[in-house]
Design a protein around this ligand. Structure first.
Ligand SMILES: [Zn+2]
Length: 606
């Protein structure tokens, strides 16, 4: 079907950017941009010369009220910035759109630089006055916003030092990381393809070929992959040591007492929550170990090779046209709560979802929001696969989360912290998957359940193992001052073996897989994958036991940045520093494993 045919229906299948502007030459665009500039410099010129808002809580309240209105209405680039960014996602090949967007960004960067004084000023409010500010009733609605600035300010250096660190960050950090990733990305190898022929494939294709259902294809790709890592492991040793040393220096300068603290601070999550999460997950490494045992039997081998872990099993079936998928997702949302379904319906009616792939359109899928006053947009590339339906549910989850926050929060609390950003998305995704499983025959159900377990194990247990690897890596580096590739490889293997158990071989070459794991270069980020999915699963577990619990889920979805995740849950009577909370999530994974094993047995597959 041609794209134009799809537009004939009553409902939009492409973004209706008319919600922002008529078209690219709408005269309102120029006018709006002039307004953004006027409003921004209105704020800057009013508050920059003043210092009283840093001494008197009442004046800070007035300043923050102004700031909130600015953020709500336009921020630094307003509707024109949002509109042209969205246009570049619809058509990535248009130099004209890129140019229009860049022009707007030029001005918005200038505004952002000029408005920074405000944030930096609040960070310099002296310690003795801080309690006074936080206790002031008029500032209550902004208290967490202020608390976070105060918390970060304790680790800020002087203006000149910050400038130096900033100027040197590319040579001391990002160039190194980009170098290793760049070397790997440029590699090619001759490998066996699905059709039985051999062909030269790029690094990223080789990575996907390792998941093939055909063992010969997997082995050929695995060999090529290990060969590439071996070639670059010496460079990666030098790179990682430099990156670790740089991080150690930064942490010392900023007085961070543990290597993962800067991550917790920037993600607005208490260290004790992350510790409890990682301990709870690693206390249940028997779950992935048992899963890999099941998978080995399903694939008919005694042990999986290291690169076999993600091999596809069975046929998951792939016929999910958009209309049917939309109705299915709607049904699941409605059963959970009418409010969820209404948001979805309104997205569809107003044209906030761009459904099908198109020439020049961005790949993948995302859900985007900008200012509180602007509509959310979802981008999909629906090609009727099972993955596409789950992606739809996932991105809608983000969208529903946005709309709940929009209803309840001010513009300074509009957003989600990294630590819980994936809770809503995976929550809805998992309920939709359950609905799909209900409609499948047994063979297909088994294949989908194995796929789901594989994803859950990678997201929860593998990431927790990676976090523990990182922790020991930073500590050992701190003690020794330099780590050889063998030492890094030994540490890596130790932590991977801990979660994989006895049914995955730590095959030769697997000790080098850290070379390619980019997340470890971003430091302790991976807990958020495990944490997000497990919080979501714990909430799912509670909803299944008591559908009325959805009221608490909605409270959580409305909270935005109004408090830290730990406190938000505490107010709902949920303690996420308690292992029982995480156990409820882990129980969900375990029961899926039990069901999958029983089904495999019933079908005579094991
Ligand atoms: Zn997501």
């Amino acid at each position: 079907m041609a794209r134009s045919d799809k537009r004939r229906g009553k409902r939009h299948r492409e973004w209706n950017l008319g919600l922002l502007f008529e078209n690219d030459s709408d005269p309102r665009i120029e006018k709006e941009m002039a307004e953004v500039e006027r409003k921004s410099y209105g704020f800057i010129n009013k508050w920059k010369p003043r210092k009283d808002y840093l001494r008197q809580p009442k004046v800070l309240m007035q300043a923050l009220d102004d700031y909130e209105v600015w953020k709500r209405d336009c921020g630094a680039d307003g509707d024109p910035g949002y509109y042209f960014w969205l246009r570049t996602q619809q058509d990535q090949n248009s130099p004209d759109l890129k140019a229009r967007f860049n022009k707007i960004e030029e001005l918005s960067r200038k505004i952002e630089n000029d408005i920074q004084f405000f944030y930096l000023g609040i960070a310099r409010i002296p310690l003795r006055l801080r309690r006074l500010f936080l206790a002031y009733p008029g500032l209550k609605k902004y208290s967490h916003f202020i608390e976070r600035i105060f918390a970060e300010s304790r680790h800020l250096l002087g203006e000149r030092e910050e400038r130096i660190l900033n100027l040197k960050s590319s040579t001391s950090y990002s160039n190194w990381v980009r170098m290793t990733a760049g070397f790997l990305a440029r590699e090619e190898r001759r490998v066996l393809l699905e059709d039985g022929r051999a062909g030269v494939k790029a690094f990223s294709d080789i990575v996907s070929l390792m998941n093939s259902g055909n063992r010969k294809v997997r082995d050929s790709a695995g060999k090529a992959f290990n060969d590439i890592l071996e070639k670059h492991v010496d460079v990666a040793e030098a790179e990682l040591n430099s990156v670790l040393a740089n991080k150690k220096v930064d942490d010392e300068l900023r007085h961070f007492t543990r290597p993962d603290f800067s991550r917790h601070l920037s993600d607005d999550i208490d260290s004790e929550v992350v510790d409890c999460l990682i301990d709870s997950v690693s206390g249940r490494f028997d779950i992935p170990a048992e899963y890999y045992g099941l998978k080995a039997r399903l694939l008919g081998v005694k042990k999986l090779k290291y690169h076999d872990r993600n091999a596809h099993f069975g046929d998951i079936g792939n016929k999910y046209p958009y209309e049917g998928s939309r109705r299915l997702v709607y049904r699941v949302l409605k059963r959970l709560d009418a409010g969820f379904a209404d948001i979805f319906e309104s997205f569809v009616e107003k044209g906030q979802i761009d459904v099908y792939p198109g020439k020049g359109k961005a790949g993948g899928a995302f859900c985007v929001h900008h200012c509180l006053s602007q509509p959310t947009f979802v981008l999909l590339n629906h090609t009727d696969t099972l993955h596409d339906v789950l992606t739809m549910a996932h991105e809608l989850g983000h969208g529903i989360n946005n709309e709940f926050i929009r209803k309840r929060q001010n513009a300074l609390n509009f957003g989600t912290p990294t630590s819980t950003a994936e809770v809503a998305s995976t929550f809805f995704e998992d309920f939709v998957l359950e609905e799909i499983l209900r409609g499948c025959d047994d063979e297909q159900r088994l294949a989908i359940m194995v796929m789901k377990l594989n994803d859950d194990v990678s997201t929860i247990f593998r990431q927790a193992a990676c976090y523990r690897f990182e922790r020991e890596l930073h500590m050992t580096f701190g003690e020794k001052g330099y780590l050889s590739k063998d030492e890094i490889g030994d540490l890596f293997r130790k932590h991977m073996a801990a979660y994989m158990g006895d049914f995955v071989e730590q095959s030769p070459g697997s000790e080098n897989w850290w070379v390619y794991w980019s997340h470890i270069r971003y430091f302790f980020y991976v807990y958020s994958y495990a944490g997000g999915l497990l919080i979501s699963k714990s909430l799912q577990n509670s909803v299944k036991k008591d559908p009325a619990f959805v009221a608490k889920v909605k409270e959580f979805l409305s909270a935005g940045l109004s408090d830290s995740p730990g406190n938000i849950f505490r107010k709902l009577g949920i303690d996420i520093t308690d292992r029982a909370f995480w156990k409820r999530g882990l129980d969900e994974v375990e029961s899926l494993l039990r069901e999958t094993t029983a089904l495999a047995r019933r079908l005579g597959k094991i």
